[in-house]
Design a protein around this ligand. Structure first.
Ligand code: DGY
Length: 339
């Protein structure tokens, strides 16, 4: 296929299957970077400066890089979250942003539930005792956990992932469900008997508080010292959203002083979590390395959806899951693209 039938140039970052790369290559010249490091960063930036499309996970794309990418029309992120991307500038430039919702919902809810189970039943702490040869007698009360079934589960942000977590709790574990959301969720209320609450009330009533809100200016440090103080001293906090939804120093303090009992955290203000973080060493914390969607099946589905989005956008059939299709379809506010 010659240049005439492949007018686009695409930069792909992150491991994609041969079939996915072939699908991209059918519509574009593809410059492929399995990962970006200090060794190939200049090559990546040079490729970006020529590109019409960019696809990848955890793309580090800031304002300065966008300014050096005048032809860019489509960014297809292999993630549902896009708080790491400069959306306002992309809107202004008429650059389409696509993400990968839906395909990771159930897997991320599985992760939330794994953290709920692990924090309530102290799975990691107690398994480590076995691994370390410290299981020498029947365990006593000091190592007992707390039931999951029947406890009240508070979902902060009952979007797709929050709703899927609530379903596991209500139908699998007989948990009363409370939730926060911008508007009522009649289906959750009808199917799960869930009740909508203001955040403060949910924090006070729930035995397990699970965060599944998107990260933005409104949710920055949503869970701060004041919010933590509202929770039950027996409660656990689980976070599969974004690290900065929690004021981490306040959480460390609350866990140390037993303002709350435990935390299960898959996301952190700084990732990877620095080894020096107190959260990495506390017995009442289960910390996982941002594995929300990290199964073979789901990461493959996310990559495929991101490829389909980019191919759809460039070929004219349209993206499947766009974040800002309106901004893309209206004329760009500034020059700097070739649309
Ligand atoms: C997402 O898709 O936003 C996840 O957090 C990435 O793992």
């Amino acid at each position: 296929m010659g240049e005439a039938s492949r007018p686009w140039r695409v930069v792909a970052v992150r491991r994609l299957s041969e079939a996915q790369l072939a699908a991209l290559s059918a519509v574009a010249e593809v410059e492929y970077f399995e990962e970006i490091s200090e060794h190939n960063r200049a090559d990546f930036l040079a490729a970006l400066s020529r590109a019409h499309g960019l696809i990848g996970g955890k793309l580090e794309l800031d304002e300065a890089m966008l300014a050096e990418a005048p032809a860019l029309r489509v960014v297809s992120t292999i993630s549902v979250g896009y708080d790491h991307l400069p959306l306002a500038t992309m809107n202004r430039r008429g650059i389409l942003l696509c993400n990968t919702p839906n395909v990771l919902t159930e897997t991320t809810a599985d992760t939330a539930f794994a953290l709920i189970m692990a924090t309530q039943r102290r799975l990691v702490e107690l398994a480590n005792r076995v691994r370390d040869g410290e299981w020498k007698a029947h365990i006593g009360r000091e190592h007992f956990g707390i039931d999951v079934h029947g406890k009240t589960l508070g979902i902060v942000g009952a979007g797709r992932i929050g709703a899927a977590t609530a379903r596991r709790g209500a139908l699998g574990f007989g948990m009363p469900i409370l939730y926060t959301a911008a508007s009522p969720k009649p289906e959750l209320e009808a199917c799960l008997g869930a009740h909508r609450r203001e955040l403060d009330a949910l924090l006070a009533e729930a035995d397990i508080v699970c965060l599944s809100v998107p990260y933005n200016a409104d949710t920055h440090h949503l869970i701060d010292a004041t919010a933590l103080a509202r929770m039950k001293s027996t409660a656990a906090l689980v976070n599969v959203a974004r690290g900065k939804v929690i004021d981490e120093p306040a959480l460390v303090d609350a866990l140390q002083r037993r303002v709350i009992r435990a935390a299960g955290l898959d996301v952190f203000a700084e990732e990877p979590l620095p080894a020096s973080s107190p959260l990495a060493a506390m017995d009442n914390v289960v910390a996982t390395p941002h594995i929300g969607s990290a199964t073979h099946e789901t990461r493959e589905a996310m990559a495929q959806l991101a490829v389909d989005n980019l191919v759809g956008a460039l070929s004219g059939s349209g993206p499947l899951t766009a974040v800002n299709e309106d901004a893309w379809r209206k004329p760009a506010a500034t020059s700097g693209g070739n649309r």
